[in-house]
Design a protein around this ligand. Structure first.
Ligand SMILES: [Zn+2]
Length: 363
C-alpha cells in the first residue's frame, strides 16, 4: 500500500453528504462573530481552534455539546448565517469537494428574531455566493442544504413543511439529529409519510450512539434513504475470523440488500466513542462486505478534520488505496439527494475523470 500524500488526496474530487454547518466554522469567524454580538467565548482567538479540538477529543459528551452552544450562539443573524455558509462552501471547494450537502437545524437559530424561512434563505444566499466565488477561483462545486429537526424538540412538522415548501430551491432533504435514545422517529411518525408523499428525501442520524434497533426504526418508521453514521450496524454482524465468512443479522442484511448509504464519519466516531480508532473503524470491514459506504467529515471544527484528512487517515492507518477512495466517492455521488441524471453526470464527468487524472500523474 502506497501512502498517497496530502497533495494527491487534496486534488481528488470529493462528495460530502454529512457535514454540519454549525460544526464547520473557521475559528477566526467564531471570534469575529462573537465580538459582534457580545458573546463570551471560552478561549482567546489564538487558542480557540485548540479549545474546540480539545473539547471534541475529550470523550465527554457534555464538553462536546458545549462547543455547539458557542457556534450556534454566534449564528443568530442573517449576516452571520450567510457568512458561515459562504465560508463553508469556499473551504470545502478548496478541499476538493465537488458536491456538498450542508445540514443544520434552523430551529436553533431564531434567538434574535429570525424566522425559520429567513434563516434558511440567509444560508442559501451564503451557499450561492460561495459557489460563485469558488467558481471564480477555478473550483466547481455544487452545494445545498439538508434541514435538520432535533430529536428532543417538537418542531419536526415545521421543519418538514419548510423543506417541502422550499424543495428544489437549494433544499435537498431533511435530517433528524440529537439524542438517539428516547426520541425515536416514531414520536411523530406522520412527518415521515408527509415528507415521502412530497418526494423530499430523508436521512436520519442513527446507529451512532444507539444500536441496531435505532437503525431499524430510522429505516422502517423514518423512511430514511440514508443513515447518518449507521456504523453500529456492525453490531448486527458477526465478522468471520481466519477466512470464515461474516454472518449478517436481519437488519444488516436489509441495509446491505437495499444498499442504504451509510454516511460514515471516521474521525468524529473515534471522538464520540462510536469507534475505537481509524485502523479498527468498522468502515473498512463494512466496505469489504459491500455495504454502501460513504465518507464524511461531520464537524470539521470540533474534529479538526477535512475530507482530505479523513482520506489520508484511511490511507495511512487502515490501508485504503486510491481505488478504495474512488469507491466511496462514487457511492456518495450515487447517493446524493439530487436527481439520477445529475448523479450520473457527477460520476461520469467529474469523479471518474478526476481520479483518472491523479492516477496517471502517479504512474
Ligand atoms: Zn452528524
Amino acid at each position: 500500500m502506497t501512502h498517497l500524500g496530502a497533495e494527491t488526496i487534496q486534488a481528488l474530487p470529493k462528495v460530502l453528504l454529512h457535514d454540519h454547518l454549525d460544526g464547520g466554522l473557521r475559528p477566526g469567524t467564531v471570534s469575529e462573530l462573537a465580538d459582534a454580538v457580545g458573546h463570551v467565548l471560552p478561549a482567546e482567538p489564538a487558542g480557540l481552534a485548540d479549545w474546540f479540538a480539545t473539547a471534541g477529543d475529550s470523550h465527554s459528551l457534555v464538553r462536546y455539546l458545549e462547543t455547539f452552544t458557542h457556534t450556534v450562539a454566534v449564528m443568530q443573524t442573517a449576516d452571520a448565517l450567510e457568512r458561515v455558509a459562504r465560508e463553508a462552501v469556499l473551504d470545502l471547494a478548496a478541499d476538493g469537494v465537488v458536491h456538498a450537502e450542508l445540514r443544520w437545524a434552523p430551529e436553533q437559530h431564531l434567538e434574535r428574531g429570525l424566522t425559520m424561512t429567513e434563516a434558511v434563505e440567509a444560508v442559501q444566499t451564503g451557499i450561492d455566493d460561495g459557489v460563485a466565488r469558488a467558481a471564480a477561483d477555478g473550483h466547481t462545486i455544487r452545494a445545498g442544504q439538508i434541514l435538520t429537526a432535533m430529536r428532543q424538540a417538537d418542531r419536526w412538522t415545521e421543519v418538514a413543511d419548510l423543506a417541502i415548501a422550499l424543495a428544489g430551491d437549494g433544499i435537498l432533504g431533511c435530517d433528524l439529529a440529537g439524542p438517539e435514545d428516547g426520541f425515536p422517529p416514531g414520536r411523530h411518525d406522520q412527518v415521515w409519510r408527509h415528507l415521502a408523499s412530497h418526494q423530499v428525501p430523508v436521512t436520519i442520524h442513527a446507529g451512532e450512539a444507539a444500536g441496531v434497533d435505532s437503525v431499524a426504526e430510522a429505516l422502517h418508521t423514518g423512511q430514511a434513504l440514508r443513515l447518518g453514521h449507521g456504523v453500529r450496524i456492525a453490531d448486527d454482524i458477526t465478522f468471520g475470523t481466519h477466512g470464515a465468512p461474516a454472518e449478517l443479522g436481519p437488519v444488516a442484511h436489509w441495509v446491505r440488500d437495499q444498499q442504504i448509504p451509510l454516511e460514515v464519519c471516521p474521525v468524529s466516531n473515534t471522538q464520540t466513542g462510536a469507534a475505537g480508532s481509524i485502523a479498527t473503524h468498522p468502515i473498512t470491514r463494512l466496505k469489504e462486505l459491500d455495504f454502501a459506504v460513504t465518507l464524511n467529515t461531520d464537524n470539521r471544527l470540533m474534529s479538526r478534520t477535512s475530507m482530505t484528512r479523513e482520506m489520508m487517515l484511511l490511507n495511512t492507518e487502515a490501508g485504503w488505496t486510491l481505488d478504495d477512495l474512488l469507491d466511496v466517492t462514487v457511492a456518495a455521488a450515487w447517493s446524493a439527494f439530487v436527481h439520477h441524471d445529475e448523479r450520473r453526470t457527477l460520476v461520469e464527468q467529474v469523479i471518474v475523470p478526476g481520479f483518472q487524472k491523479i492516477e496517471r500523474a502517479q504512474l
